[in-house]
Design a protein around this ligand. Structure first.
Ligand SMILES: NC(=O)c1ccc[n+]([C@@H]2O[C@H](COP(=O)([O-])OP(=O)(O)OC[C@H]3O[C@@H](n4cnc5c(N)ncnc54)[C@H](O)[C@@H]3O)[C@@H](O)[C@H]2O)c1
Ligand SMILES: O=C(O)[C@H](O)COP(=O)(O)O
Length: 399
């Protein structure tokens, strides 16, 4: 990562508890951490719901120390040129371990069994006898030889799929958008489901590891339950919105779904039969919180100091070695002749371009231009104003 001397102190606001080692990435000479500020240059967040927050100037970037960004108004950020980052894979191991733990524990009725054992407190010498008589209520099933369906073979899904094979399960995976990197890391013993229906029909256990989007919302519902084997166990460590909760309550009542293990309890979920409610602990390990915080903070710092973008969910990855020359970083619509218009605005000030890069993502693009000459502070507002006049400009920063 490049190191740059900032000529002003930038404010970082945190909306959740962010691991200390992540916050330490921000050198105190150049950054203040102020959680009350409404003039923050950047925000570090985990699951705090930002959907209704005002995104006040001078906010330039938001980093989600974690994977899911459904708590962030990403589209609104894009329209304002605010870069949203997440930390791919940084908490995947933590989630994988809890998925496999709860898959086995729920299959063995461990949660109910432990809760029942606690109720025997006070029974004195009778307890061993009561235990032996009562344990038949909690007879479970082994996972060996059973089929696990994994929906979404990204950072978490791929780890779960590979390790489930080592637990002697059969594994079927479904992910129509699987990345090349993940495909390389996936064991060839993971069977590929060509359709999600195929996965539903053949799985004894189903675990879902996809983001919550308009396409995935409510993917577990009456119609999809009807395709599944009776007594299927469903694990949801992704997001509550993937499940139609009214339909899930019915499926649990009828035994179509044998158990629902979810990291997202709410009033409806807690009333369901055979539910295992976990208080969103998937990524809650010291290791994972540190990984995410450090990765998020480094990405933010790099962006604030050099304009380079890595692991954004709304703008392209862009990297140009930072030489300390004046850098003009522009967000704009991905339409013809933007770069030409931006460079001519710069040439109007008799400035020479040393280097540049342009990358697009969907409807938007990002251009960084390094200027060869020393840029006098007096002309900076003029350059900004000229570029801002161009139709399709979203935002501009001189670094
Ligand atoms: N419980 C927790 O604490 C916790 C922690 C981390 C992540 N999560 C949740 O888990 C999700 C997945 O995390 P990840 O790190 O594996 O993300 P990831 O981006 O690495 O993987 C997501 C995968 O889902 C696939 N996908 C997208 N739409 C799909 C669809 N319709 N059908 C099948 N596959 C589809 C993508 O191709 C990708 O491979 C996150 O979006 C987040 O919501 C929860
Ligand atoms: O999407 C994620 O990374 C998880 O849901 C973790 O959320 P948390 O950072 O609030 O624990």
């Amino acid at each position: 990562m490049s190191t740059v001397t900032l000529n002003k102190v930038l404010t970082i606001k945190t909306l959740n508890n962010i691991a200390e080692r992540g916050l330490n990435v921000f050198n105190k000479d150049h950054y203040t951490i102020d959680n009350e500020s409404n003039k923050a240059d950047a925000i570090l967040v985990r699951s705090f719901n930002m959907q209704a927050l005002e995104l006040d100037t001078p906010l330039k970037a938001i980093a989600r120390a974690g994977a899911g960004v459904n708590n962030i108004p990403v589209e609104k950020c894009t329209e304002k040129g605010i870069v949203v980052f997440n930390t791919p894979g940084a908490n995947a191991n933590a989630v994988k371990e809890l998925v496999l733990t709860t898959l086995i524990a729920a299959s063995r009725n461990l949660f109910a069994g432990v809760a029942w054992a606690r109720t025997l407190d006070g029974e004195g010498d009778q307890i061993p006898k009561l235990v032996e008589a009562g344990k038949k209520q909690f007879v479970g099933k082994e996972i060996k030889g059973k089929t696990l369906g994994v929906i979404g073979l990204g950072a978490i899904g791929a780890l779960v799929a590979n390790d489930a094979l080592n637990l002697d399960m059969e594994v079927i995976g479904f992910d129509p958008f699987i990345s090349v990197d993940t495909a390389w890391n996936l064991s060839r013993n993971v069977h590929r489901a060509m359709t999600i229906e195929q996965l539903f029909a053949n799985s004894d256990f189903i675990t879902v590891h996809v983001p919550l989007t308009n396409d995935t919302k409510g993917m577990f519902n009456e119609a999809t339950f009807s395709l599944m084997k009776p007594d299927v166990h469903i694990l949801n460590f992704s997001r509550d919105g993937l499940v139609n909760e009214a339909d899930m309550a019915v499926a649990l009542e009828t035994g179509k779904v044998g158990k629902y293990i979810t990291d997202f309890p709410n009033e409806n979920v807690l009333k369901m039969k055979n539910v295992v409610p976990i208080p969103h602990l998937g990524a809650s390990t010291g290791e994972s919180e540190e990984n995410c915080a450090i990765m998020a903070a480094r990405q933010l710092k790099e962006y604030l100091e050099t304009g380079n973008i890595k692991n954004s969910v709304n703008f392209p990855n862009v990297s140009l070695p930072y030489t300390g020359k004046t850098r003009v970083a522009v967000f704009h619509k991905n339409v013809p002749n933007m770069v030409g218009q931006i460079t001519s605005a710069i040439s109007n000030y008799h400035l020479n371009i040393a280097d540049m890069i342009n990358r697009s993502r969907g409807e938007y693009a990002y251009t960084m231009i390094d200027i060869d000459n020393e840029v006098n502070n007096d002309i900076i507002p003029g350059i900004e104003a000229q570029i801002n006049q161009i139709n399709g400009i979203v935002g501009i920063r001189l670094i």
